[in-house]
Design a protein around this ligand. Structure first.
Ligand code: IPE
Ligand code: IPE
Ligand code: MG
Length: 239
């Protein structure tokens, strides 16, 4: 790939997959059908990211605030997560994808945790797309858990206060060894971050589309990449 091309391609694309419920409502279907269609869309976009040679794809699948939805919906989403882990991991492994699940796993069932561990162990040496699935993830949680672990190390004398800078802090966040997102896509027309990667999105290019997540396809993904290629990133510097 030429330098020109590689520079205009985001290394890390993060997506807030929003609009499943509205998609279902539009189709006169129950909400769970929207989530099911959303899971299919995720599969398509994972393949599109592989085809486009994106290095890292992060998908926001369940936020730390999504527990406040009706029990029936949360239960369905948990069932869907387990189903995806049981049925899709082999396929991802065949595609050389390295899967990493980001979020507070302490609230998940032992069964889900075991499948996550197994999937990560199976795929961790893969050299293709790095796929991060954010579940029970909150940007504020991420920052607090990092602060707690750093505070503990300062209290026990492992770290000194003046060692705590942006670089060190970054290493305690869930994406410690992964470059931060270059492009954030949010579907469904909402223009907010909804507690996704707060720290990591500091200099991401933001792309909002009215397309509802289940309708977001390879063409829509390509359009977002094309838009990214036209942006001028400055990181606080000058043109
Ligand atoms: C995104 O779709 C999926 C999750 C947050 C789990 P929504 O369920 O938020 O769909 P809308 O926003 O209500 O349409
Ligand atoms: C963000 O969508 C979380 C995910 C897509 C997983 P929400 O639907 O939860 O966000 P709000 O409530 O509209 O901000
Ligand atoms: Mg939503």
């Amino acid at each position: 790939m030429s330098d020109m091309l590689s520079q205009s391609l985001p290394k890390h694309v993060a997506i807030i997959m929003d609009g499943n419920g509205r998609w279902a409502r539009q189709q006169g279907k129950p909400r769970w059908r929207g989530h099911q269609a959303g899971a299919d869309a995720a599969g398509k976009i994972i393949q599109a990211a592989i085809d486009q040679h994106v290095d890292v794809l992060s998908l926001f699948a369940f936020s730390s605030e999504n527990w406040c939805r009706p029990e029936e919906e949360v239960n369905y989403l948990m069932k869907l997560l387990l189903h995806m882990l049981k049925t899709q991991v082999k396929e991802l492994h065949k595609k050389n994808v390295a899967l990493y699940v980001a979020g507070d796993l302490s609230q998940f069932s032992a069964q889900i945790c075991a499948h996550i561990k197994k999937a990560e162990a199976l795929t961790c040496a893969n050299t293709g797309l790095k796929l991060i699935v954010a579940v029970n993830y909150g940007g504020q949680w991420d920052i607090v858990q990092a602060a707690q672990r750093i505070a503990e190390q300062v209290a026990t004398g492992v770290l000194t206060l003046d060692q705590v800078d942006e670089k060190l802090f970054s290493q305690y966040l869930v994406l410690s060894n992964i470059s931060h997102p270059d492009l954030l896509i949010r579907t469904s027309g909402e223009q907010r971050i909804s507690n996704f990667f707060l720290w990591q999105l500091a200099y991401a290019e933001l792309y909002f589309t009215p397309i509802l997540w289940p309708d977001f396809d390879e063409k829509a993904f390509q359009k977002a990449l094309d838009e990214y290629a036209k942006r001028h990133r400055r990181f606080g510097g000058r043109m």
